[in-house]
Design a protein around this ligand. Structure first.
Ligand SMILES: [Zn+2]
Ligand SMILES: [Zn+2]
Length: 168
């Protein structure tokens, strides 16, 4: 049996984790497990930018990927960047991905925050399953350049992308 592992890095709310697990299992068809939280690898911190390098973080958590993991999704509450971009909501490399909650909070309500986190989790995990970016702004595979993009898109795949899901 293979699992999708969610790897909390530092403190990630238990309720949010459980919500993501319940939704992701239905979408990807793999049972999900929540790994024991780890500390953030300090090597990923950039003092110049006061942000964490998503590429370094993904590489670090990849080193510890469990044997029974189909995919690994790291979750952090710090701001992430990749060289060349001011920030990223997430990143996927091979079978491993990471998302940041740092920019997803909403003053309005907890529900908006939760759905944003879910969209980014689905988006990055889908990359690990081989999905590319989609031009449809409502599709979960649309690239989010800002929070508005995340709010416009849904948690679903567009028709073109869902046809690809079925073929897998
Ligand atoms: Zn993407
Ligand atoms: Zn699409």
């Amino acid at each position: 049996m293979k699992y999708i592992y969610i790897q909390p890095i530092c403190e990630v709310g238990e309720e949010l984790l459980r919500y993501l697990v319940s939704r992701l299992e239905g979408i990807f068809g793999y049972p999900c497990r929540i790994a024991v939280p780890i500390r953030i690898p300090e090597i990923s911190y950039s003092a110049d930018r006061d942000q964490y390098n998503a590429e370094v973080l993904v590489e670090k958590i990849m080193e510890e990927i469990p044997n029974d993991a189909e995919k690994l999704l790291g979750m952090v509450d710090v701001d992430l960047f990749v060289p060349g971009l001011n920030f990223v909501f997430g990143l996927a490399v091979g079978n491993t991905a990471i998302i940041s909650l740092a920019r997803l909070r909403s003053e309005k309500n907890e529900y908006v925050f939760r759905e944003r986190a879910l969209k980014e989790a689905i988006h990055e995990l889908s990359h690990t399953f081989g999905f590319q970016h989609c031009p449809d702004i409502k599709c979960v595979m649309h690239f989010s350049n800002c929070l508005e993009d995340t709010d416009i898109k849904g948690t679903d795949f567009c028709r073109v992308c869902s046809a690809k899901v079925r073929r897998k």
